[in-house]
Design a protein around this ligand. Structure first.
Ligand code: COA
Length: 373
């Protein structure tokens, strides 16, 4: 019998579906750890590459391990001429999340070991995507603007290389640090919608690239990663700090959903927001674009006062990326650059102890009936 209970947990809210050793979200203290380390400490003491190693391998790297990891990642930077051509043929109007999903799919087609789900092979696929998701984003960005792509360099960090491939220059160290911090904060967050999607796909013994394509599809939605783009559209619509309070009151009066606020797990503050806000404020100081953070702090104050709903990571990340010079539609693809680490750790964890994910549903359709002849 398919259905023996009518207790429905819509959205799987509050349901424990599996064990994980990757990260721990603690809403009671608004805190988050990756493999046991507090995320804010990782941001202050490590680079994204160290955290990319930690999340997937379970331990922080020693100097030999990080050198080897970095060399491996740098050696994989660069896509085939065929894939570059495919990207150049996609419509300039396509959203970069869609071109990225297509690019990852092609990387899967090009990998002769696509069906090999051993740990070692999937780890290699991780390094391939860690190295080339930034290349796919930067190439699509430039093709859409009618610009020639800039080939990756293999003598600089992931953050530096990404700016270089997009804009042809490496910005000041404080911008690189703020970007790196955003990648660390976006890297992993337990059984969120896109990570769970990658685990669902992995559970059918499908392949790594298919799981990541599914993750990209889930992350794109405005209730999940897509929110960082909507936050910036909202800030631009308001545009003037003196209009922010009234804008928010009007929006709440019409029951509008305010992007960048609320969270399924955190109900009194997102652990990652203070760190990202600190670096977004530094970007405002560095660029002189103070109004975005001024508008943000008014929106936050009114939202907490009126609804007791707190901002999530997308709220400060959106304006931070804008002040770094990125087009709004690149914000969610940048999230993918970071989240490939968490997705990978979960794909490997699911593969190591797999059970097909197949929940039940409570049928509420028509009773069984005969076909009239
Ligand atoms: N703006 C306005 N009201 C919000 C809100 C928001 N961003 N987030 C939650 N609420 C309200 C809901 O309207 C609901 O009110 P009600 O009980 O009067 O109907 C209540 O808070 C509970 O919200 P709900 O949507 O049921 O919570 P959830 O756990 O299912 O949703 C999110 C979590 C993230 C989907 C939701 O907060 C949201 O849509 N936020 C905006 C998108 C976003 O920033 N996503 C990134 C998440 S990291």
């Amino acid at each position: 019998m398919e259905n023996n209970s009518t207790i429905v947990h819509q959205g799987l809210a509050g349901v424990l579906v599996d064990h994980t050793a990757v990260s721990k979200v603690m809403p009671e203290t608004n805190s988050l750890t990756y493999r046991g380390y507090a995320v804010q400490d990782l941001c202050e003491h490590f680079r994204f590459e160290d955290v990319a190693y930690l999340i997937v391998n379970g331990e922080l790297p020693n100097s030999e391990q990080i050198t080897e990891f970095q060399e491996h990642e740098r050696s994989k930077r660069g896509i085939s001429d065929e894939l570059s051509k495919i990207l150049s043929l996609l419509p300039a109007s396509a959203h970069p999340m869609d071109t990225l999903r297509t690019g990852v799919s092609v990387l899967g087609c090009e990998d002769s070991r696509i069906w090999d789900n051993t740990y070692e092979t999937n780890y290699d696929k991780y390094i391939n995507l860690l190295a080339n998701i930034p290349v796919l984003i930067a190439y699509s960005y430039r093709y859409a603007k009618g610009l020639d792509p800039i080939a990756p360099r293999n003598d600089i960090s992931m953050a530096e290389n990404f700016f270089y491939m997009c804009f042809g220059v490496i910005p000041k160290p404080e911008v690189i640090k703020a970007f790196d911090v955003s990648l660390i904060l976006y890297a992993e967050h337990s059984f969120n919608c896109s990570t769970f999607t990658t685990r669902v796909i992995t559970s059918s013994e499908s392949d790594f690239y298919s799981a990541v394509c599914g993750g990209i599809g889930a992350l794109k939605g405005p209730l999940h990663g897509g929110a960082n783009e909507y936050v910036m559209h909202m800030l631009k619509e308001i545009d003037d700090p003196t209009k922010a309070e009234q804008w928010m009151l009007d929006a709440l009066a019409t029951k509008k959903k305010i992007m960048g606020f609320g969270h399924r797990v955190y109900k009194s503050g997102d652990s990652r927001v203070p760190t990202m806000t600190k670096y977004a404020n530094l970007m405002a100081e560095a660029t002189g674009q103070n109004k975005w953070m001024e508008i943000s702090s008014i929106l936050e104050k009114v939202m907490i006062e009126k609804k007791n709903i707190y901002p999530n990571l997308d709220f400060p990340a959106g304006p931070a990326y804008y002040m770094m010079g990125f087009d709004i539609e690149m914000f969610t693809p940048i999230f993918v650059m970071a989240r490939i680490t968490g997705w990978t750790a979960h794909i490997l964890e699911q593969t190591a102890n797999n059970k097909l994910i197949r929940p039940l549903s409570n049928y509420i359709g028509a009773n069984q009936r005969s076909i009239e002849s």
